[in-house]
Design a protein around this ligand. Structure first.
Ligand SMILES: Nc1nc2c(ncn2[C@@H]2O[C@H](COP(=O)(O)OP(=O)(O)OP(=O)(O)O)[C@@H](O)[C@H]2O)c(=O)[nH]1
Ligand SMILES: [Mg+2]
Length: 433
């Protein structure tokens, strides 16, 4: 059964762009049968102007659409008001509900299903809270039943949220352990990040072209030989890790869900553990579709940097992808215009494989070098836990126990060395206190 949708969007001024919301609608399985835009300030009751909503109602009747998708933040009352002008069976949904719908359809793993469930509950919670407090305020006896019902619904949502968070935390912990195990076995972790449809999965297949999966089966049972690509938003939802052959370093490359603009905090938060593969990588390849206009590239780069900003710990290499679709002078102009957001980018085509060697060379060059360090640790209650932490995060080459001290010589990533130093300083401070 195909579902027909009208996409609608309001902007305060200028002209509304429906490209992305239409792509999202198609990704969710809708046929887009009508479009409506408005440029004016927000109306409190209807979000659009009331006249525009009447126009929308006429368009719904004319096209026989089943759903209206609004690419704005629409309050519950505005949603209700718009709906009241439309034929009864027509559903009105916003951008977030649409994205959740796509994620729900693509969620095939336990983790993805939990994340979608969590996002749905977080979407519902403030609405249930509003209902419960409205019902509580209403003293009329006939409404008491509703009040109790909604209050228990609110408690129920909170309990479910807590339960799912616990389950997801446990999964995240396992994944963190696995990342550490991989590092300990000498792998560098490189993550592909970027706006949805930028070409991450396509690039993944290029970089991992010479992969021999069987060779590593025992070490990494979860390595997945395929990373699907399609000209569709959110083709990838889960996380795929493969071995990439870059030369001297042992690299594990991870492909995961793409970023998109204008997502509320609670939605991003629900997918946090998926994005951990990016946030906790040793190097991030930020993939950008260079065949789009400079303005689109700029907006998407800003979204990507915002998404990475607080949590990302790794250096970032910008990768301008799809250069088979861009001529040289245009590319030079785009590089110049975006130099602040995308400094010193590597230019590739994931599709044709053009320039992929340059990218692998860049990966090798940018991966942080391991540092050698020698620490003299005083013997305190916490010394042994620091020693085992260093074992877990680097290669210990010498470990010597003296009367009241331990000498530790090891190699590790700069960040690990720095942390070990500061932990060692803490030990010394405690001892002298
Ligand atoms: N012309 C051209 N098309 C490309 C290139 N790389 C990817 N594409 C196309 O762009 C579309 C998206 O590619 P994907 O690899 O699925 O993109 P993605 O970033 O993984 O997308 P999501 O998983 O949806 O976030 C597909 O139709 C690819 O064939 C390229 O270098 N050149
Ligand atoms: Mg993908």
């Amino acid at each position: 059964m195909s579902r027909d949708a009208i996409v609608a969007k309001r902007v305060d001024s200028g002209s509304a762009d429906l490209t992305e919301i239409s792509d999202l609608a198609r990704a969710a399985g809708y046929d887009v049968v009508g479009e409506l835009t408005q440029s004016r300030e927000e109306d409190g009751a209807y979000m659009f102007g009331e006249g525009k909503v009447e126009e929308l109602a006429a368009l719904v009747v004319e096209t026989g659409a089943d759903v209206v998708i609004v690419d704005n933040r629409v309050g519950p009352y505005q949603l209700f008001n718009i709906g009241s002008k439309l034929p009864d069976e027509v559903e009105v949904i916003d951008r977030f509900t649409l994205i959740l719908d796509i994620f729900g359809q693509r969620a095939h793993t336990k983790k993805a299903q939990l994340q979608v469930e969590l996002a749905e509950l977080r979407y519902e919670l403030p609405r249930a809270e509003a209902k419960a407090s409205l019902a509580k305020r209403d003293e009329r006896p006939g409404f008491m039943g509703l009040g109790e019902y909604d209050e228990s619904r609110e408690q129920d949502i909170k309990a479910q949220i807590a339960r799912i968070k616990r389950e997801l935390d446990a999964i995240a912990e396992k994944e963190e352990t696995r990342r550490e195990e991989r590092r300990e076995s000498g792998f560098d972790l490189v993550a592909l990040a970027g706006y949805t449809n930028a070409g991450k999965s396509t690039l993944m297949r290029q970089l991992a072209a010479d992969l021999s999966v069987d060779e590593n089966d025992e070490l990494h049972p979860d390595l997945d030989p395929t990373a699907e690509s399609e000209d569709r938003l959110f083709t990838t939802l889960g996380t795929t890790t493969r071995r990439a052959d870059t030369g001297t370093r042992n690299v594990l490359l991870t492909d995961t869900v793409g970023f998109i603009s204008d997502l509320p905090h609670w939605l991003v938060e629900s997918f946090k553990s998926t994005l951990d593969s990016v946030y906790r990588a040793d190097l991030v390849l930020l993939v950008v579709d260079a065949s789009e206009s400079t303005e689109e590239m700029r907006e998407k780069l800003v979204t990507c940097h915002d998404t990475l900003y607080e949590r990302n710990e790794a250096p970032i290499v910008t990768v301008l992808n799809k250069v088979d679709k861009v001529d040289e002078s245009e590319l030079a102009e785009k590089k110049r215009a975006l130099s602040a957001l995308a400094p010193n980018p590597v230019v590739v085509s994931g599709l044709t494989g053009e320039n992929v060697e340059e990218l692998t060379a860049r990966i090798e060059a940018e991966l942080p070098d391991w540092q050698r360090e020698r620490l003299l640790l005083p013997m305190t209650d916490d010394t042994m836990s620091l020693v085992s932490w260093v074992h877990d995060h680097g290669h210990v080459e010498r470990e010597e126990y003296g009367e009241d001290s331990v000498t530790l010589e090891f190699e590790a990533r700069p960040a690990v060395v720095e942390k070990a130093r500061s932990k060692a300083a803490d030990l010394a401070a405690v001892e002298s206190a």
